[in-house]
Structure formats: structure tokens, C-alpha cells
Design a protein around this ligand. Structure first.
Ligand code: GDP
Length: 186
């Protein structure tokens, strides 16, 4: 059982883990894998009003947030500003743990680095989730591990995953659960 609702700028009663990333990185696929339901995430097209959706599993002490993707080629300057304003307002009010999703095949991307800089400036912790690892062979994976850990050295954790094969997904879930569990002990 899971509740799904829009974020309405109101304080939330539970801690939040937010998924964010460039369009087409596999955010919807990953959210479906993590929540274990096909009905969870729907890909949102750049033209639509892109709400922040919250998912509340009945058996967890935290919420999942689906942040609108960034980096759509066709989006206007004003829509970019709106994205920035709304996302900033969200992270400032909610102070989530953010999963920054990237494509594990690519060199570090300027847009992702810029987003991470915003998170760091705001003091928001992030984990780096490098998706589509099924497309890498052993040596490419080793290379990318080096490159990405240097480029995203501020991450509290980094992991390769695949929404397609489910590689890394159980570890990612376990890490997030444990993160919130240990926060509650403080
Ligand atoms: P979103 O725009 O970030 O929500 O991305 P989607 O979940 O819609 O996925 C974008 C495309 O990437 C789709 O064609 C997916 O099938 C593909 N994709 C997503 N995750 C993976 C993955 O782990 N491996 C591979 N090979 N493709 C993936």
C-alpha cells in the first residue's frame, strides 16, 4: 500500500529522500524499482506543469519525492527558472536526502555538477546514484568509478545501479533505510 500526493509547500511529517536527475537518466524506472510498483512514476514531459510528487509507503518511516527532471533540450529559460525556484524552495523547506541520478556511461556533466553545487551550498546531503551500469564492461566501470568519485567527492555515498537488471537496487534501498534509522537514534 502506498499513498501518492503532490507536495503543497507544507511541512512534511516524515524525513524525505528525493530522486533527481537529468531527463532520460532513468528516474522513473528507478523509482518504480525502488518502490516495487509499476504504478509509481510516470515520465513527465517537459511542456507539462511538473509537480513534485511524494510517495508514502505504509511500512516506512520516510517519504520518497520525485523531483522534476532537468536538462530538457526544449525547455525555455523561464521554465528553467521556475524549476530552479521550486526545487530550491523544496530542498530548503524539506531538507531531504537527495539521490543525484546520473548516467554511469558519461563523463561528469556540467548540469549535474551545477546541481550538486547548489545542494552543497545549501548544506543538503546527497548520494550519487550512477544508473545504467548494465551498459558498462568491467574496465569501463573501473574507469568511471575513478572519474565519478573525483568529480562528485562531496557525496555521502556513491553506488552503481541498473534499473534494467536491478543491480545495486537492494543495496541502495538498504543504505537509505539505514540512513534514516541512524538519524532517528540521534
Ligand atoms: P526519466 O526520464 O529519467 O524518468 O527516465 P526513464 O525511466 O523514462 O528512462 C529513460 C530511458 O532509459 C528508457 O528508455 C529506459 O528504458 C532507459 N533506462 C532506464 N534505466 C535503465 C538502465 O538501468 N539501463 C538501461 N540500459 N536503460 C535504462
Amino acid at each position: 500500500m502506498m499513498r501518492r500526493y503532490r507536495y503543497e509547500n507544507k511541512p512534511l511529517m516524515k524525513p524525505v529522500v528525493a530522486l533527481s536527475g537529468r531527463s532520460n537518466v532513468g528516474k522513473s524506472s528507478l523509482l518504480n524499482s525502488l518502490l516495487g510498483t509499476r504504478a509509481a512514476a510516470v515520465s513527465q514531459s517537459p511542456g507539462c506543469t511538473r509537480a513534485i510528487w511524494l510517495y508514502e509507503p505504509h511500512d516506512e518511516g520516510f517519504l520518497w519525492a520525485d523531483l522534476p527532471g532537468y536538462g530538457y533540450a526544449t525547455v525555455s529559460q523561464s521554465q528553467r527558472h521556475l524549476w530552479r525556484r521550486e526545487t530550491l524552495a523544496f530542498i530548503r523547506q524539506v531538507r531531504p536526502l537527495v539521490c543525484v541520478l546520473i548516467d554511469s556511461r558519461l563523463p561528469p556533466q556540467e548540469l549535474d555538477k551545477a546541481w550538486v553545487q547548489v545542494l552543497q551550498a545549501e548544506g543538503i546531503p546527497y548520494i550519487l546514484v550512477a544508473n545504467k551500469v548494465d551498459k558498462l564492461n568491467q574496465s569501463q566501470r573501473y574507469h568511471q568509478q575513478e572519474v565519478l568519485s573525483q568529480a562528485f567527492d562531496g557525496a555521502v555515498w556513491r553506488i552503481f545501479v541498473s534499473a534494467r537488471t536491478q543491480a545495486g537496487i537492494p543495496s541502495l534501498k538498504a543504505w537509505i533505510k539505514n540512513y534514516f534509522a541512524s538519524q532517528q537514534e540521534l
